[in-house]
Design a protein around this ligand. Sequence first.
Ligand SMILES: [Zn+2]
Length: 279
Amino acid sequence: MTASTPVPVPASPALASADAAPAATTDTRPGTGPRTPGTGPRTRTVPWVAMYHSVGDRSDDPYRITVTPDRLEAQLRWLRRRGLRGVPVAELLAARARGAGGDLVGLTFDDGYADFVEHALPCLRRWGCGATLFVLPGRLAGDNAWDPLGPRKPLLSADGIRHAAAEGVEIGSHGLTHVDLTAADDTVLTAETAGSRALLAELTGAPVTGFCYPYGTVDARAADAVRAAGYTYACAIDPGPLTGPYALPRVHVGQRDTSVRLLLKTRLHRLRRRAAAGV
Ligand SMILES: [Zn+2]
């Protein structure tokens, strides 16, 4: 805990009080409780997984996909002060499978922006956190050409992805080129799921177990394709009626998410999300 680290957080009594709340006396931790694995009420909630995209300059950010490095710093500080630690999704799921993981939250970064290495990695390292980076092996060193509005943001090259992996970041697939899988024909669906997994395994030299649906859109057919491709889990955003390890909901965390809003989001998550078998 490095409570004395100077981090810019908006000064308001409410924020200060939320920041100062001791984790041991509150019951707002996302995920399952660590004290009595398998029996506590928290085991009924699905794991809390935060969704980020870009970390950097957000002067032109029409999709609200960017947080500043200072904001990420404040959010990770908030997590750590609550006794929580950000980890890759695979690590979170493995811990929960053991009946543990009550002090863990998943951190995910979609699209594989080049600013991940420059801005997110140092921050994660400072706060002792890990993360999953969902990349597009069909757009290595390209940009976010699928977004009609907003600035073109560079994506990591193969070397950049390998660098992140070497730092302990879990590399997952976001498909090949960022297409809506619910609108893809069978050939495209197979290429985006199985094809991207094979390319990433070759690129990183390690098995790839995590998938993330572009735009968060998923249906049963897309989830089946992801499972058939050999992934062990997949992240959505709001998966609707689908539940389980191939339709993990995530919580968007953005620039506006100060301590109070994060607290509300964790509580809302506990109310909305019931656990499903296998997660
Ligand atoms: Zn995306």
